[in-house]
Design a protein around this ligand. Structure first.
Ligand SMILES: [Zn+2]
Length: 438
């Protein structure tokens, strides 16, 4: 992208003045950011670090995860599959100060390995994050291959270009270098805000922007709550600001949280119960899992009670309307042998029938349907199917059993129903006559 705004032009021209990543930094990275590898090939161990190879003493050695090389004294991680070329790719960061900006330079390093050869390295600066004293950031980066599955398949032949402000939302922005080069240059305001040289495992650009514009991050670093800080800045499911009172209580009591997801969940329960978050006995439990589970259960009981109360009120309300609409059909019952069909008389019956037969006759409020009559078919007095008859046409709309499927009594039920539809019709007539009388 061509720099357009003043700030973009300024950063691009400042970037050109930065000295390239030095030989010394590259050598440091080669020593510090990679693993040493070994591989078993045709019955021989090969050190991919120093080209030494040797025959194993015992057969059992072949399935080890790590072995030691006698020549370079390296502890080698074993490649599980033999191949011709081996590769490891890591990132490291170099911190720089330029024109009042904090610069985080991200270098992508490749280590190429082959049996009987010394490893070769390739380093390329792929991103520069330019952070001003307000914690605003703009990034220069190489282009990436958009057709690749990986989000960071860099096109090494491209050059660093300024990216739009929205680059902050890209996963590339959040790339956390494995290590930060030890001789670091940082702007003084970062030091004032608590930065002492360690990034606490957080990507420097994430940590610095937070330290410069977010007092919560600053406080967490200054109080030494680096676990909290890391959770706050890197977890997608954190509620540190909502739980701030509790975080402060932890700091006062030097409480270490092992499982942040559970702890935050637990604190939100304490808030739900309106508990005092200054109380260390509550906020800093010895057995987090136990107290967490206890509160979950207590909340569940309260919610269930509340739900039943609401449901009862709803049913009472609905019953009044239901009776008004369908009273003339109450008492209708058709029986043959063990089978009976009766009109549902209370909204509570809808709830029961719906629960028993696992269908939606209650949830979907069939008791409110003016142009339907709902009947319950029972076999040996147990509900087996629920029937919906259209009013006034008396068409049978549905007749379903468990989970909306038909029961073994389906045919008999329909027969019994059809034989008695005239009774429903009579009740409809009666109602009309009553009305006429009035
Ligand atoms: Zn070796």
């Amino acid at each position: 992208m061509i720099p357009k705004t003043n700030i973009e032009k300024q950063i691009v021209s400042l970037s050109e003045t930065l000295s390239p990543v030095s030989q010394k930094m590259q050598v440091w990275a080669e020593k510090n950011i990679f693993i040493k590898w070994g591989v078993l090939s045709r019955g021989k161990f090969h050190c991919l670090e120093c080209a030494h190879s040797w025959k194993p003493d015992a057969q059992k050695a072949s399935c080890q995860k790590f072995i030691n090389c006698n020549s370079c004294r390296g502890k080698l991680k074993m490649h599980q599959y033999n191949q011709v070329h081996f590769k490891e790719i890591e990132y490291f960061a170099v911190l720089d100060v330029c024109g009042g900006f904090q610069v985080v330079r991200i270098i992508c390093s490749h280590k190429n390995m082959k049996k009987n050869c010394m490893p070769t390295y390739f380093h390329k600066e792929v991103m520069q994050h330019w952070i001003n004293v307000k914690g605003e950031v703009r990034t220069l980066s190489l282009g990436t291959n958009v057709f690749s599955q990986a989000y960071d398949s860099w096109k090494y032949y491209t050059s660093l270009e300024i990216r739009p402000k929205s680059f902050e939302d890209s996963p590339k922005y959040r790339i956390n270098p494995y290590k930060v080069y030890s001789s670091t240059k940082t702007i003084s305001v970062l030091k004032r805000n608590g930065f002492k040289g360690s990034c606490c495992g957080i990507a420097p650009q994430i940590l610095f922007t937070a330290l410069l514009k977010d007092s919560h991050a600053e406080t967490l670093l200054k109080t030494g709550q680096t676990d909290f800080l890391s959770h706050y800045l890197t977890s997608h499911s954190q509620h540190i600001r909502e739980n701030w009172q509790a975080v402060k209580t932890c700091a006062k009591n030097h409480y270490k949280v092992k499982d942040f997801i559970m702890w935050e969940d637990y604190i939100s329960l304490l808030r739900w119960f309106k508990k005092d978050l200054n109380n260390a006995d509550l906020v800093c439990p010895e057995n987090l899992e136990e107290v967490h589970d206890r509160l979950v259960e207590r909340k569940r009981i309260i919610q269930r009670r509340q739900h039943i109360k609401e449901l009862r009120q709803e049913i009472q309300q609905a019953q009044i309307g239901y009776e008004e609409q369908k009273k003339q059909f109450f008492g209708l019952e058709f029986t043959r042998e063990n089978l009976s069909i009766c009109v549902m008389e209370s909204v509570h019956d809808f709830l029961e029938q719906g629960d028993m037969l696992r269908h939606c006759v209650f949830t979907n409020e069939y008791y409110k349907k003016k142009n339907s009559l709902i009947l319950s078919a029972r076999f040996e007095n147990k509900p087996v199917e629920t029937i919906e008859v259209a009013l006034p046409s008396l068409e049978v709309l549905q007749c379903r059993g468990d989970k909306n499927k038909i029961s073994p009594h389906h045919k008999k039920i329909l027969k019994l129903l059809h034989q008695n539809l005239y009774q429903i019709k009579k009740r409809m007539k009666n109602k009309k006559e009553e009305r006429a009388e009035i």
